[in-house]
Design a protein around this ligand. Structure first.
Ligand SMILES: [Zn+2]
Length: 309
């Protein structure tokens, strides 16, 4: 049985310190458990993909010492795998067409405790005639007929993550595989059994574990180790973004910071010793990672890296 960790950025611009910090943690988690780390570019959303940014992301990751096993995977080249998974679910009677617009989903009546944005099941039981008629107005998305309700998964850092599994989208109405489907298929087919990512993605985990169980069996789904790591925030408490000043390796290098200095700053923010990652991994202990987000203050960039934490 293969076993691997992965880092899966969207090539929609340069990686910022928050992305690099999560990548660094993915590497440490994988290396400390003897797993290879795979790189996967999540480039299904053609509208968000910026040409050249995957290459720059790769270069920046390498510059702070992150190494990967094998060639990077590109989701845009894997449609046939996603199509096969949808075919499998369709055969099991678990796929239906949905014609709703985002607006219709927002405005639809739903159960009193359903979280905002959860799909209320509007198109689940459309008759043949109505489906035929609606297909003429709008191409359908494909949804999963989920029967899970609340679903609970274990997380190394968060403890338990509980979430509602609604009838999630499998294929968008432009024919592209949806995020959750692509992630589940790719993780499984590449042997990923350790997922380290930002804790803003924790809420999609119950859906992904449930879908992986449907496609590949309960045991495969439950063998995956999850660690959702705290994000990097700006001083206003918002998720770090490009507008927060010099936050990419390229921008920091213009301020005179070497990749090694940035790596050391990220390690220090995690309570880890500065230096090459091969050193840090020897004492890496997930249970001692900070549980709070790291607040990054752009003003600190005027000082030396050792004073700025
Ligand atoms: Zn619908």
């Amino acid at each position: 049985m293969m076993s691997a960790g992965r880092y899966a950025p969207s090539p929609s611009g340069d990686l910022h310190l928050g992305n690099l910090r999560t990548a660094l943690l993915s590497w440490l988690f994988a290396a400390s458990t003897g797993r290879p780390l795979l790189l996967r570019f999540e480039d299904l959303d053609a509208g968000r993909t910026i040409p050249g940014s995957a290459e720059r992301q790769f270069k920046d990751l390498r510059a702070i010492g992150i190494t990967f096993s094998g060639e990077p995977l590109w989701q845009s080249q894997r449609q046939r795998h996603y199509g096969a998974a949808v075919g499998q679910l369709r055969e099991a009677g678990l796929v239906y067409e949905c014609f709703c617009t985002r607006r219709e989903i927002q405005d639809a009546p739903r159960a009193p405790h359903a979280p905002p944005g959860a799909y209320p099941g509007t198109c689940r039981d459309l008759g043949d005639a109505e489906r035929r008629q609606r297909r003429r107005q709008r191409p359908p998305a494909l949804r999963l007929k989920a029967e899970a309700g609340e679903y609970r998964v274990a997380d190394l850092l968060l403890g338990e993550v509980t979430g509602l599994v609604d009838d999630l989208v499998l294929v968008r109405n432009d024919g592209t595989a949806a995020y959750n489907l692509a992630v589940v298929v790719d993780d499984h087919l590449t042997g990923v059994d350790q997922v380290v990512r930002g804790d803003d993605l924790a809420s999609s985990t119950p859906r992904q574990v449930y879908l992986r169980g449907l496609l590949y069996g309960q045991r495969a789904a439950e063998s995956v180790q999850y660690a959702h790591v705290p994000l990097v925030l700006n001083r206003q408490g918002q998720r770090l973004a490009k507008r927060d000043g010099a936050v990419t390796l390229g921008q920091l290098s213009e301020l005179g910071r070497s990749p090694e200095q940035v790596r050391d700053e990220l390690l220090a923010s995690l309570g880890l010793p500065r230096g090459p990652l091969e050193q840090s991994v020897k004492t890496f202990d997930p249970s001692r990672l900070p549980k709070q987000p790291w607040v990054f203050s752009p003003a600190s960039q005027k000082r030396g890296p050792s004073e700025s934490i």
